[in-house]
Design a binder for this molecule. Structure first.
Ligand SMILES: [Zn+2]
Length: 136
């Protein structure tokens, strides 16, 4: 396997980017300490609608979306995709598809949200234990 492919697979693995999505390009902005991961998919594919979970819905349009992912060694990391909207075969609504790495309407990846929740919980626990004068 060529080196370039293995690093792309690594990014897919750590960010939960799974088929039919794949990492197409990784840009590193040295001055900004930012890593940008660009995700692609086969435009000929059909997708499952997010409303009725109906399979085989065709892409109607696409628009750029970005999610903040967990930092990679202190580099802010962002996932980008031209997110497809599909027309639901069941109800007729046109909606963005769901992606495996983030909740609907969230601008953060699932792991990023989990870490923020864990951080908030540990902060409040240490604040609480201070108030109660107990060690955590
Ligand atoms: Zn529907």
């Amino acid at each position: 396997m060529p080196k370039k492919e293995s690093i792309f697979h690594y990014f897919e693995h750590i960010f939960g980017i799974s088929m039919p999505f794949y990492v197409d390009k990784i840009l590193y902005e040295k001055e900004k300490y930012q890593t940008h991961v660009y995700v692609e998919y086969n435009k000929a594919l059909t997708f499952t609608s997010s409303c009725c979970k109906e399979e085989g819905c065709q892409i109607k349009s696409a628009h750029p979306r970005t999610w903040r992912a967990l930092d990679i060694v202190n580099n802010q990391t962002y996932i980008h995709i031209n997110l497809p909207s599909v027309k639901c075969k069941k109800c007729g609504k046109t909606q963005d598809i769901d992606v495996p790495w983030a909740r609907k309407a969230s601008n953060f990846t699932l792991e990023y949200e989990q870490k923020m929740v864990a951080y908030a919980e540990s902060m409040s626990m240490s604040a609480n234990s201070k108030t109660l004068e107990e060690s955590d």
